[in-house]
Design a protein around this ligand. Structure first.
Ligand code: HEC
Length: 133
């Protein structure tokens, strides 16, 4: 077929433009790439965890874990830290949120799971050093 090369070129050109369009439509959001504790993480903890993990709450009384501040989050439970900066996989916080320690230990206890996006933000924040940013 004589017209094939030209046809291929058109397809490639179309695919390339489509890729450009998709690229432009994706969120180019520095905050999502580098979540901040104050703006992204704390609101998630407030929504899903602070009810129990606040001074005097059932989670805080049982484990010593207060998730209402950066200091409390990094201090962890009475047994030690739950966040390993740079390693979300080893961080107990992610182990429990993802249910990797079993359904009974899944956090939040008896409540709706975090959304995939909320988990992604926390994972990224930990993997990028769990900073007070
Ligand atoms: C309905 C109450 C409740 C909510 C909401 C809750 N927790 Fe807990 N959490 C507890 C209790 C109670 C404990 C004590 C240990 C247990 O019973 O498993 C605990 C313990 C923990 C521990 C320590 C487990 C250990 O190794 O000792 C972590 C980490 C934790 N919670 C994280 C979270 C996170 C993160 C959230 C929010 C996504 C959350 N929790 C939401 C009640 C809650």
């Amino acid at each position: 077929m004589k017209s094939a090369p030209k046809y291929n070129f058109l397809i490639m050109a179309a695919a390339f433009s489509a890729a450009l369009l998709v690229g432009a439509a994706l969120p180019n959001n520095a905050q999502a790439e580098r979540p901040s504790f104050k703006n992204e993480i704390l609101p998630i903890l407030t929504k899903h965890c602070s009810e129990c993990h606040v001074k005097g709450g059932q989670g805080e009384k049982a484990s010593g874990l207060d998730l209402t501040s950066y200091e409390g989050t990094m201090k962890g439970t009475s047994h030690g830290p739950i966040v390993v900066p740079g390693d979300a996989f080893l961080s107990n916080m992610m182990v429990l949120i993802e249910g990797r320690a079993g359904p009974k230990l899944k956090m939040p206890h008896g409540r709706k799971d975090l959304t995939r996006w909320e988990k992604t933000l926390i994972r990224r924040w930990i993997n990028r050093g769990a900073q007070d940013n």
